[in-house]
Design a protein around this ligand. Structure first.
Ligand code: ADE
Length: 250
């Protein structure tokens, strides 16, 4: 998979050299390039922002550096796909006003050959950039959650990790992708390791025996209860109410 990230803080993306994502890059599974938006500003101060029309607080990112940066990403990246004329990336713009980023979206994006991320800062990017980009490539505006970050960089770190770990070969033990939160709409069950007793707290008895059926049932029950307690919005209302009532009875 090819990934391009455009930011005014390229150093913010340094963690993408570490751990499993760094290894995936070294193994050739991920081809990731970070671009400095300021390289596409032409004045002495490498200006990428200006005051908002209509007034208001803060600064807005200028359209011209963005169009040049994205033209550059497309031109440079197209040569990495020989034979596929007019190939373009899907452009992802992280922002608190976007569609919620979910595991399903991560899965869908993991199927794509090429993604580009545009990290906004300040009060955002001039709206015309979205129109301009939308005429050239698919554009998705995605939010990490209902809170405001200082810019898109942290969101890109999270999104790239969520997407890249789904690529074949990135995670050594592919089974660990199957039994995890959000895979089937339920949160993950609690896990324990040795010792069997720690700080006066025992590991649930059922996990110590070898009854695999009983263990599977216990884990499923735990997942339903956890989901009802922490994320009732993920369960159908009747199931959530029943699971909560069951919890209160204990
Ligand atoms: N940029 C600023 N806030 C954000 C959020 N909640 N999600 C994604 N990108 C953002």
């Amino acid at each position: 998979m090819r990934l391009d990230v455009v930011s005014i803080f390229p150093d913010y993306l340094a963690p993408l050299d570490l751990s499993l994502i760094g290894k995936a890059r070294r193994d050739g599974l991920l081809d990731l390039t970070v671009h400095d938006l300021r390289d596409f500003a032409h004045d002495r101060h490498r200006t990428v922002d200006d005051t908002p029309y209509g007034g208001g607080a803060g600064m807005v990112m200028k359209p011209q550096p963005w169009s040049e940066a994205l033209d550059h990403v497309v031109a440079q990246g197209s040569s990495a796909f020989p034979g596929a004329a007019e190939r373009v990336p899907t452009l992802i713009v992280p922002g608190p006003g976007g569609e919620p980023f979910t595991q399903q979206i991560a899965k869908d994006l993991a199927e794509e050959p090429w993604l580009a991320f545009a990290c906004g800062r300040y009060e955002g990017i001039d709206e015309r950039v979205y129109e301009w980009a939308g005429e050239r490539m698919p554009v998705r505006i995605l939010s990490l959650g209902d809170y405001v970050l200082n810019g898109g960089e942290v969101a890109v770190l999270a999104m790239v990790e969520a997407i890249a770990r789904l690529l074949p070969g990135v995670i050594g033990n592919a089974e660990s992708l199957i039994e995890e939160s959000h895979e089937d709409g339920l949160l993950e069950y609690p896990v324990y390791t040795k010792p069997a007793e720690w700080d006066g707290r025992a590991v649930p008895e059922v996990l110590l025996g070898g009854n695999h059926r009983a263990i599977a049932e216990w884990r499923h029950e735990q997942r339903v209860q956890r989901t009802a307690a922490r994320r009732p919005d993920l369960l159908p209302p009747v199931a959530a109410a029943a699971a909560l009532a069951d919890l209160e009875e204990r």
